[in-house]
Ligand binder design. Sequence first.
Ligand SMILES: Nc1ncnc2c1ncn2[C@@H]1O[C@H](COP(=O)(O)OP(=O)(O)OP(=O)(O)O)[C@@H](O)[C@H]1O
Length: 428
Amino acid sequence: MDREEICGIGGVDAMPTLRDLCGSKVPSHVLDRAEEAGLRFPTQVQMEALPVALEGRDCILHAQTGSGKTLAYMLPILSKISCQRSAVQAIVVVPTRELGIQVAQVARLLGGGVVLEETDEIDTGKRTSVSVMTLLDGGTSSRQKKWLRAAPPQLVIGTLFTVCRMIETGNLKLNAVSTIVVDEVDTAVHKGTQILVSNLLTKYSFAEKRQTIFASATVPQHNRFIHDCVQNKWTKPKIVHIYVRPEVKMPSNLSHRYVICGNEDKLSVLHATIMADAPKAAFVFANEQSEKGKREGLVPRTRAMLDFFEQKKEEMPESEASQWELLILEECMNIHARFANSRKLKDSKFLLFATDLAARGLDVPEVTHVYNLELPSSTVAYIHRAGRTARKPLEDEQCVVTTLLSEREEFVIRKLENEIDCNFELVK
Ligand SMILES: Nc1ncnc2c1ncn2[C@@H]1O[C@H](COP(=O)(O)OP(=O)(O)OP(=O)(O)O)[C@@H](O)[C@H]1O
């Protein structure tokens, strides 16, 4: 197994632009659109990944949250797609429907094509630039199956389960696929879904005949993971690990706080803290519901928070209550409700109650505050939750992560301080 590890490179004299890095490999109209969207100079991970990925090399994009990994894999995809060819040429796999919608919007922005939602009419006569289809959890419409047969899109963005099902049923053909990306790859390769990843990468298609790109801010035991990729034939042996060491584990404009309270007081303490902060937009996390809790029919913590805040909202004067949009994202939600909620994320002052997986990778630049109703299950989970805020263009605005915990859990804060190299402030 031969691999290079490219770590953070030193300063460069003249900062190259994305156009310099992509040269003639990426269609000029794609780069024009990127510049129109303010994406002119590459981030660190793009600077290191683009030269490698544009050569068609298999690679792992391992860089912190908010560092621009989506663009780092989308530009190489768009460099190879032929708009004249009516065949699926690239697939991006994501862990959640919301992240899928977000990635599809980036593809639409850069590719200038059409992103046909499940409800759009299929008009094969109007093929412009890159056409993108989203195949997301919760079912695929007959329209999508008809579209896949009548005029296959060039790019499919979907959740692992739905993409594999469409392949198994013969609706999605991979014969023309030259690139497969697995975004947030660490969420895909755990025991529950590893077989689907293996099917996608070794049964339905073959590493030697495509480019494979993995992306995530956290690739636990990444040396072991790279070994497994090659052993499992998910990638070619010459996989390049683009590892951009976090200059600062956490953005300097992000502060970390914690509040000690009893479990029975958590919802009221959380509410009081958020009302005092009055954030414009905030994510409020709770841990995934345990199997025991599901069996006992307990209300998921995200739902309990929403119900509590809705009740408090009813007690507010109308003028104040109208300021708060209360949203929820959880895997078991009705698909249309999730879709409606995720659309609102761009519109107003909101509190989004979510679990780790539901919010993984979501890029909602307005978010200034993150709250943890309870300690995240791991440092990785903490990093991803904190990564929902202090993102571009908020790099100069003070953002805050607040965690609620009991007195006996305070030692975990000391552990977090060491692992992510930052100080936590106790809020009395
Ligand atoms: N070259 C660039 N210049 C300016 N902004 C950029 C650039 N590339 C990406 N961005 C912006 O940075 C934000 C984060 O990008 P993106 O979501 O791709 O990060 P990420 O590394 O995938 O984060 P996560 O690990 O949370 O998924 C987005 O709003 C995106 O528009």
